[in-house]
Design a protein around this ligand. Structure first.
Ligand code: RAM
Length: 331
């Protein structure tokens, strides 16, 4: 080999080493969402990037399937294991279907948490709920009941039928219905899979099937927009009130046009930020997931884990015509 070639090779090797070393020092955290193209998760990803900047040595891999299915997420988790990520923070499309692949990830030394929509305890080290599940369950019914003094028929338009978070909120809602909201009659629960087209069709179906429907409660940011658009298009403003969990930036126009009186949500940016703070600490051994442990979530505060290693971030906010404009500029 000529001296020039040797020199060139040495330079190339050094360049590779320099390029590789900062990357090797990085903690790679995958934020796996239910599906891509959902504004709620895009807002969470903003928070994740903010946490990464604050922590300094973190790379965020924001990923998810194109449709909200467990199968799609299983493929993604397998490829993240192959990429040797340090942590996986997942909002799961199914509490059980992901357990085997997430166990495999933990066996390989990858820190695994669920956030937003949980996986069963054996498939993760910790679960971060956005807010208290019972509180959200009651809030979504109250949002409808507040504008139905005489009571009436309401229906739920959910995300996918296996989504852990929506199912938990719906169960909590059903628990409080008979006692706290005796006039509210839940006539149906349907599933739009966090897909705009399917959610639109399901909302249309509800309106066609239940002529006395007074409110559609959609505890999903995708479903709530679809339902409000249907109510708008079918000239039902003032007849059917749409409510649930909505991203102010996407939903402001339906508070403005009266298709909805009020909705609620926690801060999705803070949720993504908190998930990364937690995943980072578990991956680097700075925190341990065990019942009773207090884990810092940076600027958002701290959480204390219950007996299932779960905790809730913060209370939801309510948005109506007095404040949605302000919040719509943030998320
Ligand atoms: C959708 C998703 C997400 C949920 C929000 C409220 O974006 O289903 O999991 O938390 O709605």
């Amino acid at each position: 080999m000529s001296i020039l070639k040797k020199l060139a090779l040495a330079t190339a090797l050094t360049a590779t080493m320099f390029a590789a070393s900062p990357a090797m020092a990085q903690t790679k955290i995958a934020l796996v969402v239910k599906s891509l193209g959902n504004g709620f998760f895009d807002a969470a990803a903003k928070g994740a990037e903010e946490a990464a900047r604050e922590l300094g040595d973190v790379e965020i891999i924001y990923t998810g399937p194109t449709t909200a299915t467990a199968e799609g997420q299983i493929d993604i988790v397998n490829s993240l294991i192959a990429q040797n990520v340090n942590a996986i923070a997942i909002s799961a499309n199914d509490p059980d279907a992901l357990v085997p692949v997430l166990k495999k990830a933990m066996d390989r030394g990858i820190a695994v948490i669920s956030w937003d929509s949980g996986v069963a305890p054996e498939g993760r080290q910790l679960h971060l709920n956005p807010s208290d599940t019972d509180l959200i369950g009651e809030t979504i019914i109250k949002l409808a009941a507040d504008y139905l003094p005489e009571g009436g028929d309401v229906a739920i338009l959910s995300a996918s039928s296996t989504a852990t978070n929506q199912n938990a909120w719906i169960e909590a809602a059903k628990k409080v219905l008979p006692e706290k909201f005796p006039g509210i009659n839940l006539v149906a629960t349907v599933y739009g899979d966090d897909d705009s087209v399917k959610s639109t069709n399901e909302a249309k179906g509800l309106i066609a099937s239940y002529p006395n429907l007074k409110a559609i409660i959609a505890p999903t940011t995708v479903g709530v927009v679809a339902a409000a658009q249907v109510v708008t298009d079918e000239n039902l403003i003032g007849k059917v009130n749409v409510t649930g969990l909505a991203l102010p930036s996407e939903f402001k126009k339906f508070i403005d046009n009266g298709a909805s009186q009020a909705v609620a949500l926690w801060n999705p940016i803070d949720l993504g930020y908190s998930a990364v703070q937690i995943a980072y600490q578990l991956a680097t051994g700075k925190a341990t997931a065990e019942p009773g442990a207090t884990v810092s979530i940076g600027r958002v505060g701290s959480i204390t884990l219950d007996e299932t290693n779960s905790a809730a971030m913060a209370a939801p906010f309510q948005f109506d015509k007095t404040n949605i404009e302000e919040f719509s500029k943030i998320y």
